[in-house]
Design a protein around this ligand. Structure first.
Ligand SMILES: NC(=O)c1ccc[n+]([C@@H]2O[C@H](COP(=O)([O-])OP(=O)(O)OC[C@H]3O[C@@H](n4cnc5c(N)ncnc54)[C@H](O)[C@@H]3O)[C@@H](O)[C@H]2O)c1
Ligand SMILES: N[C@H](C(=O)O)[C@H](O)COP(=O)(O)O
Length: 339
């Protein structure tokens, strides 16, 4: 990937994530360990970053920006912050519901900035969904938050490592609600959005997508569930007639084996814990979470807030580095296509 001239490097907004979690730790360590070929704007409380840097013993320069366009190209150890104040001082590892509006404000500001082209992409360190919900808002994930903010009819959660891409038909749904959410409509929208972004954002001309069944053994000819026969197979057949290269539905327990994965571009799981444990087993700490189907570019880490590790220096920043680099690559590609 060409680095681009310094002034044209993309502006990437990085939110702080949950202040009591490892978001601040991994931002500070990742940005102090290497120079990224971009202009990085951290949306955060300045005191939070200063306190965490002190706690971790990291030598960084934290500078406040008046506006995002003032941000210089990133250099190792430089943290440029667009200040967003928190309500309460944070102790690493202690969640405070009073700071949840701050977390939501960082997301709102990042999304708005992207929609009005102040930022070229957003990278989100982890938030704690439970503490956000305690404010009374229902927050199930960044994926759904940015979908609502961008008014996108449908989005797809996809996590990727060098070896594997796994996308989901349903995102953060209780298990009891999944069967009724697997419909011709939902599968068609997800498969089409996935196919389009694999072509446009990943340069795969004719993506080959492996599709999981919902039930054990993909329903065992209807003896272990009928969703495959009633919904999934007819929907995939219709999509094949539109030219999509779809394999399945395959039993999920054997779909994730080299025989199938080595010859495919992406696996599509029906629900969160059908697909993500496999991906995380194979690449936890080095995967990127990408929201497809948005009018903006958004990437994230493959892990949560790891409250137990905040302020200890033990948090691995590998996934954040991958998420930042993916956002930069996607923003550079988008600029090329828009010319
Ligand atoms: N992108 C996101 O915002 C995101 C992603 C996943 C989970 N979450 C949220 O995070 C919260 C906690 O979730 P969880 O406990 O299921 O998962 P978690 O990923 O926070 O923690 C699971 C285990 O992995 C370890 N771990 C996580 N990240 C690590 C890192 N970078 N380096 C070293 N070890 C790491 C933790 O210490 C813990 O043992 C929940 O509220 C969940 O919704 C947010
Ligand atoms: N499903 C994601 C994971 O397990 O890594 C995570 O919850 C993040 O989702 P959002 O990007 O929607 O917050």
């Amino acid at each position: 990937m060409p680095m681009g001239s310094l002034e044209t490097r993309p502006i990437i907004a990085i939110t702080s994530g949950e202040p009591a979690g490892i978001g601040p730790d991994i931002i500070l360590s990742a940005l102090s360990e290497q120079t990224f070929p971009a202009r990085l704007v951290v949306l955060a409380d300045v005191e939070l970053l200063e306190d965490r840097a002190r706690e971790l013993g990291l030598s960084v320069t934290i500078s406040k920006l008046e506006q995002p366009s003032d941000v210089p190209p990133h250099s190792q150890g430089q943290i440029n912050v667009l200040p967003i104040p928190k309500a309460k001082k944070t102790t690493s590892g202690i969640l405070e519901v009073a700071n949840s509006p701050y977390v939501l404000e960082t997301l709102k500001r990042a999304g708005e900035g992207c929609l009005r082209h102040e930022f070229d992409a957003i990278v989100t360190p982890p938030v704690h969904k439970g503490i956000l919900c305690e404010t009374g808002v229902h927050f199930s994930g960044h994926t759904e938050y940015f979908q609502a903010q961008c008014k996108s009819p449908h989005v797809v959660m996809m996590l990727a490592t060098e070896a594997m891409k796994v996308a989901l038909v349903t995102t953060h749904l209780p298990l009891k609600d999944i069967s009724s959410a697997i419909t011709e409509h939902s599968i068609s929208l997800v498969v089409k959005a996935l196919n389009k972004d694999l072509q446009e954002k990943f340069g795969i001309a004719q993506p080959k997508i492996l599709v999981c069944g919902l039930n054990p053994h993909a329903g065992e000819d209807g003896h272990l569930g009928r969703e495959e026969i009633d919904v999934i197979i007819p929907t995939l057949n219709k999509l094949r007639q539109e030219g999509l290269n779809l394999i399945g539905p395959l039993p999920a327990d054997t779909l994730f084996t080299p025989k199938y994965l080595n010859d495919a571009d992406c696996a599509l799981a029906m629900y969160h814990d059908q697909g993500l444990p496999v991906l995380k087993y194979s690449g936890f700490g080095n995967a990127v979470n990408i929201t497809l189907g948005l009018p903006i570019i958004r990437t994230s880490v493959d892990h949560g807030t790891a409250i137990d590790l905040a302020g200890t220096g033990k948090a691995n920043n590998g996934s954040l580095k991958v998420a930042i680099q993916h956002a930069i690559n996607m923003a550079n590609n988008a600029k090329k296509f828009s010319k």
